[in-house]
Design a protein around this ligand. Sequence first.
Ligand SMILES: Cc1ncc(COP(=O)(O)O)c(C=O)c1O
Length: 398
Amino acid sequence: MSLTLSNRSANVKPSSTLAITAKAKALRAEGRDIVGFGAGEPDFATPSNICDAAIKAINDGFTKYTPASGITDLKKAVCAKFEKFNHLHYDPDQIIICNGGKHALTNIFDAIINPGDEVIIPAPYWLSYPEMVKLSDGKPVFVYSTAEQGYKVTADLIREAVTDKTKALVLNTPNNPTGMVYSRKDLEEIAALAVEKDFYVVADEMYEALIYTGEDHVSIASLGDEIYKRTITCSGLSKSYAMTGWRVGYAGAPIEITKRMSAMQSHATSNVNSIAQKAALEALTGPTDEMEKMKAEFDRRRQYMYKRLCAMPHLSCLEPEGAFYAFVDASEVCELSYKGKKIENAAGLAAILLDEFDTAVIPCQDFGYPKHIRLSYAISMEQIEKGLDRIENLMKEL
Ligand SMILES: Cc1ncc(COP(=O)(O)O)c(C=O)c1O
């Protein structure tokens, strides 16, 4: 045997969003006044009632192993939330508590994919999905959508990608990176296709609490018994409760899938940190006024950012409806030159913005759109104003 590494690990790209965020942090440490639009996390502190519940858990000695798939009280709280907010009935034994939404998703893919199975991923997509599918020995199949389609795939578009190897569709609403929200009608059509063609739907509803249009979030699993049986609904506390570092996510699924996920988790990571589980229980059952305040502030920033972006030359953007991202079409910019050199793609634009304008943005090649950038508005209004001024200065120079 030689000291080779696995083919599976060789095929996985490191997360470019985390890399850009780390680079912006390093430049800041060198003393540069960097505005970071890369953040995939709220700039707010975790609400104090949630922190207090964690401190109480420590003081009460709640510091031992828990059941691997999560404490019953937390599972019951997740069920109550599914019932009330998503109009979905799950029993506690259909719930698994995982180390963040990412872990819930990797568990799901590991539970359903066999080597060579195809997983349809609508583009633009969150950059981790293809890597997760490949890690589970599946094959990502991309279905692209345009700005005219609101960056949303229709059942007809998905149908064209379905083969006899299609195992699942990943559906993310509200969407990262586009901020778009699927309507009930969109979802009814997609659900009908999933039932007709008999594939799973992995519904990633991580941003479900962050919709700004007044529309209700619709969970595809709530649209009938047949689609319920084929859907794994995944969410978490990271984004809407400002709890990214606590690492609590969860999934609700048909019992046989939850059992598989729980068995795998019992060998891989065991339970989510016991203290974080108590904090999550408080988040789901305690007062929600802090969450509402955060949402209102995101909305204010969203409207400001959208207005500013629309007024800039060379860039275009749809009005984000949910999550905390603006997805900006920079294809016109890619045709232009800066200091005598063609910009070429979003990575080129992001490099100029960071090197010359102290502004970090996410180039979206790893989200399937190499001429788009993603700007997060989960940073302070003051930072947003400063960063948009800088982007505008570049656009006016071009
Ligand atoms: C669409 C989407 N799903 C899931 C996650 C994972 O969240 P967590 O931090 O809880 O693992 C993220 C985080 O960026 C996300 O954007």
